[in-house]
Design a protein around this ligand. Sequence first.
Ligand code: IDP
Ligand code: MG
Length: 140
Amino acid sequence: MAVTRTLTIIKPDGVAQNNIGDVLRTFEENKFKIVAMKMLRLTKQQAEGFYAVHRGKPFFESLTTFMSSGRIVVMVLEGEDAINRLRAVMGATNPANAAEGTLRKRFATSIEHNIIHGSDAPDTAAFEIGYFFSEMEIVS
Ligand code: IDP
Ligand code: MG
């Protein structure tokens, strides 16, 4: 497996619940290298642009309102098979279905408020990394 990059976000609920430290520790324990990181607050329009693939879904309006409701931490992670390994560490979208020990099982409170985002494929990872970071801001 090759070293790849993925985009992750600690969502507004994770920041508000003081889970930044828990998430960073989990990344380090799982041998992800944090190669870019910043805190920001999305506008509604910026959240809609990020989640454009979900436009038209019943949860789109609520999701983009939630994602623009508070501070988030955005990171680029690098590692062996980073996209798939991050998804495994995150757990299922709905915390009720998330495996024991996963971030969503540990900290998420609902299918929407599930504390963390992770890219789901190489093409979406490339789009999502470029949405937040220039190549100059990624330090590996
Ligand atoms: P993922 O974050 O596990 O990749 P997606 O299906 O890509 O899940 O959905 C994006 C985000 O939209 C989820 O993380 C969650 O916050 C929210 N979401 C997904 N499905 C639902 C739903 O059925 N109701 C409410 N929110 C949802
Ligand atoms: Mg997704």
